[in-house]
Design a protein around this ligand. Structure first.
Ligand code: NAP
Length: 519
């Protein structure tokens, strides 16, 4: 029997009482560990986090809590090697792809530690300036933000067991709000190990951080009015979360990051072989292959001028032909596996659905896997599809295949291209490629309404840009409509989700005593 991972709730490690759900190595097919949350006293778990963890965190200032984040960074850095081992074994990712998850998380926490330190030794945040309520300034209104007096429940997706935890936990803890994380079962091991290391290092107050691995049953039922829930995962599960009575009847604040049909758009003036053309090709190949395309921000739709359709297809295909797929332990492998055989089946089904409206322009599955048994490994080569009728291929704008799959779509003119980008019904990110700054700027404004982030790549930022799919803590992560309507990161704006806004109406003398940061 493999090890049964414990849950950490109510200030102690507690094993589930069931047999456990096994987690697998998606390349070798071997069982790694098991998780189980059966029999946990969930009311006690949430009460302890809310009351003990919340009170302890709120007694600290923002600067002191920023110090806690800095201490977490040290713990995670000290144990980094073991996280890479778990990621290879449980997520099937090559080193560079594990880094996106692990080092991306450490960077994000470090960034919030810096921002939090600059907020200073205060316990509430100023929200705008005081405004007089009458003719004379003797009675004024000052908005402020205070930490919500509840718990933050995170229900996370399988593809980012590390970053998915910390990109949410950093702003929550900095805000003074305790965290309970429920990782996706398939990859819960890395989340559990990181929480274990932080708990064992004793850097956080009791109740500040809890982890529940296994079934989500009953979690939403625990939520009370001042709690918040942040969900990342499929649109279907997001809809279940949104319709739960905690949200509908108790006004629990909810943030949903769901699936997204992100696009890349080559502007009309790009010539074959131009810098903009080559930058699009490079970015598409990177996005299709990093983490085997299991990134919520990955490029799924590639919009190019109809005249360049064949040239782009050929250039992307030529680069994809060099991608080696297989066992991530083999250093010559560039792309590891999907997270599970179930995910492999889902990707194959999605591909079949897209193929009814698109043809295959490049199929990376003709080559043998390296060091991996195709009967066992959840590996799949990159597949580039193309739909010459971009308007008619509705499925390409509808179905997110969560793997190394993207579809090339030709457009007639820029207006058509922008209309196609909007067909994703709300996406996390689009990237624009070109050299004409005026045209790019105007296009960016036009696509912004349906995209949480617009990543504009000109030749002069070829080396400096941070990547279409790379989520930086400085920029908003989230998207309207189909992408879930959520908003994460984006600097200190992320703290708003974990705060309550209130207007204090009083004399200037009283307002001066609120302990807000100086303007
Ligand atoms: P999922 O099946 O929806 O699962 C997400 C989480 O919800 C898991 O922790 C899952 O637990 C839990 N869950 C399942 N049913 C639930 C229920 N009825 N009530 C409460 N929780 C429930 O999604 P996934 O397959 O893990 O993730 C892939 C999807 O996530 C993709 O569509 C991708 O686009 C999206 N994603 C979006 C972002 C973003 O930032 N927008 C980031 C990453 C991924 P179990 O694992 O135990 O079932």
């Amino acid at each position: 029997m493999t090890e049964l991972l414990s849950n950490y709730v109510a200030g102690r490690w507690q094993a589930g009482t069931g047999a456990g759900t096994p987690l697998f190595d998606p390349v070798l097919g071997t069982e790694l560990v098991r998780v189980d949350a059966t029999g946990l006293d969930l009311p006690e778990a949430f009460r302890f986090a809310r009351e003990t963890g919340g009170a302890a965190l709120r007694s600290l200032t923002y600067r002191q809590r920023a110090g806690l984040l800095a201490a977490i960074v040290k713990v995670l850095q000290a144990n980094r090697d073991s996280y890479y081992e778990i990621a290879t074994a449980n997520s099937g990712t090559v080193k560079n792809d594990s880094a996106v998850d692990i080092d991306g998380a450490i960077f994000t926490i470090g960034q919030y530690a810096k921002w939090g330190d600059a907020l200073g030794d205060v316990r509430a945040l100023r929200d705008g300036d005081a405004v007089k309520l009458g003719k004379e300034p003797v009675f004024q209104s000052q908005h402020l933000q205070v930490p919500t007096r509840g718990v933050a429940l995170f229900i996370n997706a399988f593809n980012f067991p590390s970053w998915g935890l910390w990109e949410k936990a950093a702003p929550a803890l900095l805000s003074g709000v305790p965290v309970i994380v429920k990782p996706a079962t398939a990859t819960a091991w890395l989340t559990q190990r990181m929480v274990r290391d932080v708990v064992e290092a004793g850097v956080l107050p009791a109740g500040a951080l809890s982890v529940i691995c296994g079934s989500s049953t009953g979690l939403m039922d625990q939520l009370e009015s001042f709690d918040v829930v942040s969900f990342t995962g499929s649109a279907d599960t997001g809809a279940v979360i949104r319709s739960h009575s905690a949200v509908a009847q108790r006004s629990v604040r909810v943030n949903i990051e769901a699936d997204s049909l992100n696009s890349a758009l080559l502007l009309p003036d790009a010539a074959p072989g131009s810098d903009a053309f080559n930058l699009l090709v490079r970015e598409v190949v990177r996005e299709m292959t990093v983490k085997s395309g299991q990134k919520c921000t990955a490029i799924r739709r590639i919009l190019v001028p109809a005249t360049l359709y064949d040239a782009v297809a050929e250039a992307i295909g030529a680069k994809l032909a060099g991608i080696t797929v297989g066992n991530p332990r083999n250093e010559t492998v560039r792309m590891g596996s999907l997270v599970s055989r179930a995910q492999l089946n889902a990707v194959r089904e999605g591909l079949d659905a897209l193929k009814t409206q698109a043809s295959v322009l490049h199929d990376g599955n003709a080559k043998a896997l390296l060091d991996a048994d195709p009967a066992l490994a959840a590996c799949i080569g990159p597949v580039l599809l193309g739909a010459s009728d971009a308007d008619g291929a509705q499925r390409v704008h509808d179905i997110e295949v969560f793997g190394p799959v993207a579809t090339l779509l030709p457009y007639r003119n820029l207006d058509h291209a922008i209309a196609l980008a909007h067909r994703g019904q709300g996406s996390l990110v689009t990237s624009l490629y070109g050299a004409d700054e005026a045209a790019l700027g105007q296009a960016a404004v036009q696509v912004a309404a349906s995209h949480g982030r617009v990543h504009v790549i000109t030749p002069d930022v070829a080396q400096a840009h941070t990547g279409h799919g790379n989520v930086m803590p400085m920029s908003l992560h989230g998207g309207p409509g189909r992408a879930g309507g959520g908003a994460e990161l984006g600097g200190l704006r992320a703290l708003e989700f974990y705060h309550r806004r209130s207007a204090v109406q009083a004399s200037p003398a009283v307002l001066a005593q609120l302990g807000l940061p100086q303007t």
